[in-house]
Ligand binder design. Structure first.
Ligand code: UD1
Length: 427
């Protein structure tokens, strides 16, 4: 197993190129189940989760070819009626996002058997809303032996009001109701850029989805098993969480970094909070610059995570590492996931002073963090520890970095290029 060794205390300087978005790519790959013709993905990020999503389609019987081109993967996906409608436990358990095959398989085959994904490090993460979506569209659902079995001769347009925003359930509703007979109106939906991108892809394939980027979608179902498919290759948007992670790392180390191939509007709230903390943020043609080289003391800033355009839960852990070295006290309220504070114990090991109760963390900024061996517990928690390690005096060892490789492309290399002392080693 690999681990990262970071000698902290060096400000990050230079420029970094952001990769394509993992969270946009995953549902887009699953949506290719609905396509009549082969789909080319032009710029998939080289991440284990993306690899895994493509492997799911392959194991289901789809034809997938992958080629490395520069830092990207170019993939051609062709899903035909010979494929299977069963996604077994071994495929689904490794990545929760695999649940998003349920709707497309049901729409394409009239039946789908998908293993329940199970819990994960950041909470129980149920799939009840995914099931509710399928039932509302007319599917019969049974849950047996750890599997969801969904059947529907015909999916029918419906009205759905989500009790709270779910990214995955919104995306499931889009992919499935696009194929139903009649119109669906879906309220309180995810407005995340990744969801909007999925909508654009589905529309380019022949779906009729209106209201993308608002809280209500109107979807005119095509009453078909497949969509014709897109007329040009699919290009995935830049990863706003990766961009945000580098932005916070630049601020925390009091460095100056140009973040290229990033869409600042996608993380407006993070950039706003960085400015509030006393850092300069300036937009550029294809991204933005974070300049903390003249920041004397980092001002504490409270955050509350919420669905887009609120503060992303996927940047909460990184923000906590940053606030650990702020000049004063701050709070973080986690509103999306229960149990998403596992990184606190590890930040402690670096000398952070944090208490928490329920979904609120109270951070007392300290002058310095100190390097120590720590353990990554999930994807974003590992990014938080990398930031902690970059700030800390001395050496930090981060174990179980396979978590970080799920969602950050070449993070050690990109950080090295910014002047960080970071190496990847084998246990
Ligand atoms: C997606 C992102 C993940 C991000 C999260 C919130 C992908 C691949 N993953 O995850 O990185 O942290 O959005 O922005 O895009 N819930 C239910 N029942 C359900 C579904 C969800 O109760 O059927 C709950 C979850 O437990 C959570 C909340 O709803 O508390 C939001 O989760 P959701 O938005 O669905 O997250 P994901 O789509 O799994």
């Amino acid at each position: 197993m690999d681990y990262l060794l970071i000698e902290g205390g060096k400000p990050l300087k230079g420029s970094v190129e952001i990769s394509a978005s993992k969270n946009a790519a995953l549902p887009m790959i699953m949506a290719s189940i609905l396509s009549e013709k082969s789909i080319r993905f032009e710029n998939l990020p080289r991440l284990t989760d993306v690899d895994f999503a493509l492997r799911i389609l392959l194991e289901l019987g789809g034809k997938v070819s992958m080629n490395k081109e520069g830092h990207h993967i170019v993939a051609d996906v062709n899903f035909t009626n010979d494929a299977s409608f069963i996604a077994p436990y071994d495929l689904v358990r490794k990545m929760r996002a695999s649940i998003s095959v349920l709707g497309p398989l049901l729409a394409r085959f009239g039946k789908a058997k998908v293993s329940l994904p199970g819990g994960c490090a950041i909470g129980a993460r149920p799939v009840d809303l995914h099931i509710m979506v399928m039932e509302k569209l007319g599917a019969k659902i049974t849950v047996d032996d750890g599997y969801i079995l969904a059947t529907a001769d015909k999916l029918k347009g419906t009205e759905i009001i989500f009790p709270f925003v779910s990214v995955g359930a919104t995306q499931a509703a889009m992919m499935t109701s696009a194929m139903a007979k009649g119109t669906s109106v879906i309220r309180n939906v995810s407005m995340e850029p990744e969801t909007v991108e999925l909508g654009h892809m589905l529309n380019s394939m022949g779906a009729k989805i209106e209201g993308l980027g608002t809280d209500t979608l109107t979807i005119h179902g095509t009453d078909s098993r497949t969509l014709p498919g897109p007329n040009k290759p699919i290009k995935v948007i830049p990863d706003r969480i990766e961009a945000g992670t580098f932005a916070v790392a630049a601020a925390a180390t009091k460095g100056k970094v140009e973040i290229k191939n990033a869409v600042s509007e996608h993380i407006e709230i993070l950039l706003y909070n960085l400015r509030e903390s006393g850092v300069c943020v300036e937009n550029t043609k294809d991204g933005f610059i974070v300049d903390a080289s003249n920041t004397d003391k980092i001002k504490p800033v409270d955050i509350i995570t919420s669905p887009y355009p609120g503060f992303p839960t996927d940047l909460q852990a990184q923000w906590m590492a940053y606030m650990s070295v702020a000049n004063g006290n701050s709070t973080i309220t986690e509103k999306i996931f229960e149990n998403r504070f596992i990184h606190i114990g590890e930040l402690f090991r670096l000398g952070a002073r944090i208490k928490y109760s329920g979904n609120q963390a109270f951070i007392q900024g300290v002058d310095k963090l100190k390097g120590a061996p720590v353990m990554a517990t999930d994807l974003r928690a590992s990014a938080c520890l990398v930031i902690g390690g970059l700030v800390a005096e001395g050496v930090t060892e981060i174990h179980r970095v396979y978590h970080i490789d799920r969602g950050y492309e070449r993070i050690d290399q990109k950080l090295s290029e910014l002047g960080a002392k970071i190496t990847r080693n084998r246990e």
